[in-house]
Design a protein around this ligand. Structure first.
Ligand code: B12
Ligand code: SF4
Ligand code: SF4
Length: 299
């Protein structure tokens, strides 16, 4: 499709759906809420900020472009007590703003000399990716694209580019998930279950380790489960559809003994905090994540 030609030349993928589906997208989430399928605290915290309407800046929006940009795992080294810990950040945790700008730029470039507007959509983008046929659901509720599996960042944009070919469709699951239960067995937190497709997101380690510093991990979380600076890679690591991308990673930097000690102490103020904040920003992190998630992996 014309709009995605430059993205495709750069290894990305895109699909388009009509803005007419905004109510159906809302229903995907809200009908499940009405049925009591979400933990209420989680629902209020992470599923109520979507905007199921055309943006004020683009009342003439006709379509929603959904894009997947392949992304590797990020590795960051921490020197601590004479050892080097190479810790990971799962794909999608960094470079959000840069990727959105890159995607918009490539869509504009593909459509030149015509000029269209693009405004980021605050919508459930995984639902959009699967409903547009861009991705398929894994049983772990993560979306997968060809070649890169779950190693991709999703984003969506309202645009006045016309939707000549609406790609809206029923959600589909990866073929191997019919028989495979590897992620169900591997999830230490019991978030992926046999009895329903939707994960029990309130048990997901990612939900728990994205919470603010003053929030304690519940007693049932074994400190040995922690496997990422933020997020969790277990159900993606074990999945056969990620076999070819598992080793795809990028080294983003390191923290010496003194810096690691500072991060573990967790008392951030003044010039030192500003300097450390700057260094963390360059590797895609920020001070709000410390020391909570680092502690169980280094101590
Ligand atoms: C809230 C949220 C979370 C919450 C809650 C997740 C949840 N299930 O709701 C928490 C914090 C737990 C979380 C965790 C993670 N998240 Co998250 N999260 C989001 C957010 C903000 C909204 C997701 C959402 O819409 N949830 C609502 C539920 C209802 O939607 P759903 O999960 O798609 O559920 C659908 C299926 O269950 C399906 N379904 C139900 N029954 C059936 C039956 C069949 C047969 C089929 C086929 C489908 C099906 O219908 C549901 C509704 O459409 C998006 C960002 C955004 N703006 O969209 C990122 C996002 C989805 N997360 C993302 C990522 C990367 C993750 C993690 C992998 C992070 C990590 N590595 O540590 C984990 C994965 C956990 C997991 N196994 O799902 C990526 C998705 C990447 C991908 N390839 O899928 C997103 C898009 C952020 C981004 N832009 O990169 N996340
Ligand atoms: S591990 Fe198996 S069941 Fe889980 S998403 Fe991958 S293929 Fe599907
Ligand atoms: S991200 Fe981790 S805790 Fe969440 S469902 Fe996957 S394996 Fe379970």
């Amino acid at each position: 499709m014309e709009i995605f030609s430059d993205l495709e030349k750069n290894g990305c993928m895109g699909r388009i759906i009509s803005v007419e589906h905004l109510n159906e997208i809302r229903e995907e989430i809200e009908s499940r809420h009405r049925k009591g399928l979400f933990d209420e605290t989680l629902y209020q915290e992470v599923l109520t900020s979507f905007k199921y309407r055309k943006p004020v800046g683009l009342p003439s929006a006709k379509s929603i472009a959904v894009v997947a940009v392949p992304q590797p795992t990020i590795k960051i080294k921490f020197h601590w007590r004479g050892r080097v810990f190479s810790l990971i950040l799962p794909p999608t945790y960094i470079d959000y703003v840069k990727i959105d700008r890159y995607v918009k730029g490539l869509m504009r470039q593909s459509l030149r000399p015509k000029s269209y507007k693009f405004i980021r959509a605050i919508l459930p983008v995984k639902t959009l990716a699967v409903r547009s046929g861009l991705a398929l659901y894994g049983r772990n509720n993560i979306s997968y694209i060809p070649k890169y599996g779950s190693f991709h960042r999703l984003s969506a944009f309202f645009t006045d580019y016309p939707c000549s070919e609406d790609q809206w469709q029923e959600p589909r699951m990866l073929p191997k998930c019919q028989e495979c239960r590897i992620c169900v067995k591997a999830c230490p937190a019991g978030a992926i279950t046999e009895e329903r497709f939707l994960i029990k997101a309130e048990r997901c380690l990612t939900y728990l380790n994205e919470k603010p510093q003053d929030h304690q991990f519940p007693g049932w979380v074994d400190p040995l489960w922690h496997n990422a600076i933020v997020g969790c890679m277990i159900c993606q690591r074990v999945c056969p559809y990620n076999k070819n991308v598992l080793a795809w990673s990028e080294d983003r930097g390191e923290f010496n003994e003194e810096e690691t000690e500072y991060l573990l102490r967790g008392e951030f103020s003044g010039e030192r905090a500003a300097k450390m904040g700057g260094k963390l920003k360059r590797v895609g992190l920020d001070l709000t994540l410390f020391p909570r998630n680092l502690k169980p992996m280094l101590t």
